[in-house]
Design a protein around this ligand. Structure first.
Ligand code: GLU
Ligand code: MG
Length: 464
């Protein structure tokens, strides 16, 4: 990423002025500028709309300490990012600013974080993702991603607002469940539409109070930005309906959790390389290389895509969370589900779904990891093993071992150890960011060292 020059600042200021005029005409007073911290929490600063142009040119001050925040807002003081000294600048992305329809009078923009010298902050996940997308483009490829959002809705008891009280009781995937919350679900869809996000599908999920929503695929930075807006919109609409939403991977231990599955397809010269090749099940050769790179690095990638201690309460076999390191055609128990869509649309629709990732992930970091791993697979010409049909948990353990179907990490500590020794991911992220991620993960492991699953779920429920 290039440093910010005088000319760039002028250009940003001009573009932001015209955006600000549009916002004012829409009765918007404040712009929320967000970034996602290492542990996956969306943090923000805001400027009145009349300061937006200055913020776009010169940034908004924010301490680097946020990189060392843990999920409970405690701060890793021993870490280099955790001190009181220093300042960063948050630069709202002028291209992405949009009305935050669920919070009338507010607009929203994702931030890139730079130093006071105008150089990219080495620990900024959004700039990292942008850089990796650019490097992939230099190789001639484009990645398209989409994130599925699963969340759980509680109807809080005013006397005990943190207790989980599912807002629905009707059956899984049932129309009756929609009837229970129809005005709420309608408003989620319409507020997203008014914020420029086209919902492709919405439905009740398996657990009581659990829903899912999906949006169209886009470039990875756009998709990660959208993930922030979707989550915060759902949160805001829930509040307006007297409800409380959580994206925590596990709301009640033993239940089915909230995933944050990532779909991705690899394109070159306008063609989807996930289909039409000689590979198993018809996957294209380059698509196979990319997917195989992800499968190779998956244990380490869990430190990004399943980043929290509570993530590992979700990762149980036979819950559609993809806990075995394997892939399979339309197999919802494989970590990598190869989705082809219907005959006639496969050239466009074919993609790989990472089932294991959850909704606690920082979407920029998770996508950056997938991109780095996939690119490594392209470089080495990695190939996929035989696809797996059916639930790997039901295979005899000897057969599983013979076929190389291994369990993915079952604790955050295992995933972090894999991340620390993954040269590809650490090189792509750079030492400072890789070290920050490991330190924050270890800090959260220590935080919950003596906690029971119930205590972990309780402490995490309203954080995500
Ligand atoms: N809720 C499941 C999970 O934990 C996934 C269900 C589905 O495949 O949509 O990932
Ligand atoms: Mg689902």
């Amino acid at each position: 990423m290039d440093p910010l020059t005088e000319e760039l600042r002028r250009d940003r200021s001009d573009r932001a002025s015209s955006v600000a005029a549009t916002l004012r005409a829409r009765d918007i007073d404040v712009v929320a500028v967000t970034w996602v911290d290492t542990s996956g929490i969306v943090r923000m600063k805001a400027v009145p709309v009349e300061r937006f142009s200055h913020a776009a040119a010169w940034g908004i001050g924010a301490s680097p300490v946020f990189d060392a925040f843990l999920v409970d807002d405690s701060i890793l003081t021993e870490h280099v990012a955790g001190g009181p000294t220093g300042d960063l600048r948050l630069y709202p992305d002028v291209e992405r600013v949009t009305a935050f329809a669920a919070l009338p009078g507010w607009a929203w923009a994702p931030a890139d974080r730079y130093t006071q010298n105008g150089t990219p902050h080495p620990r900024d996940p959004r700039l990292l993702l942008r850089r990796l997308v650019g490097e992939l483009a230099d190789d001639g490829y484009e990645l398209r991603t989409a994130i599925e959002f699963e969340w759980t809705v509680s109807r809080p008891d005013p006397l005990d607002p943190d207790a989980f009280r599912p807002a629905t009781s009707a059956p899984a995937y049932g129309m009756a469940r929609v009837s229970e919350l129809a005005p709420y679900l309608r408003e989620v869809v319409s507020r997203l539409r008014d914020s420029g996000i086209a919902v492709e599908q919405i439905h009740p999920e398996y657990e009581v109070g659990q829903f899912e929503l999906s949006v169209a695929a886009s470039n990875p930075v756009d998709t990660a930005d959208t993930a922030v807006l979707v989550r915060e919109t759902i949160r805001a609409v829930s509040g307006a309906h007297g409800l409380r939403a959580t994206f925590s991977p596990m709301v009640v231990p033993g239940d089915v959790g909230n995933g944050g599955h990532v779909h991705l397809s690899l394109w070159r010269e306008g063609m989807n390389r996930m289909y039409g090749g000689p590979g198993p099940s018809g996957i294209g050769r380059e698509g196979e290389n990319f997917a195989a790179g992800i499968l190779d690095h998956l244990p380490a990638l869990l430190a990004l895509g399943c980043p929290a201690v509570v993530s590992y309460l979700r990762l149980r076999p036979s819950c559609w969370a993809g806990v075995f390191r394997c892939w399979g055609l339309e197999n919802r128990e494989a970590a990598l589900r190869y989705v082809t869509g219907s005959e006639g649309e496969r050239e466009h629709a074919a993609n790989i779904e990472i089932k294991t990732f959850d909704a606690a992930a920082n979407p920029y970091l998770a996508s950056a990891g997938l991109l780095a791993a996939g690119r490594a697979g392209l470089r080495t010409g990695a190939t996929l093993p035989e696809p797996v049909a059916g639930d790997p948990a039901r295979l005899d353990s000897g057969i599983r071992a013979a076929r190389g179907i291994t369990p993915l990490p079952t604790t955050l500590a295992e995933a972090v150890a894999a991340f620390d020794s993954d040269d590809v991911l650490c090189a792509a992220f750079g030492d400072e960011l890789a070290d920050t991620i490991s330190s924050v993960r270890r800090g959260e492991i220590a935080l919950f060292a003596d906690a029971t699953p119930e205590q972990i779920a309780d402490a995490s429920r309203w954080r995500y």
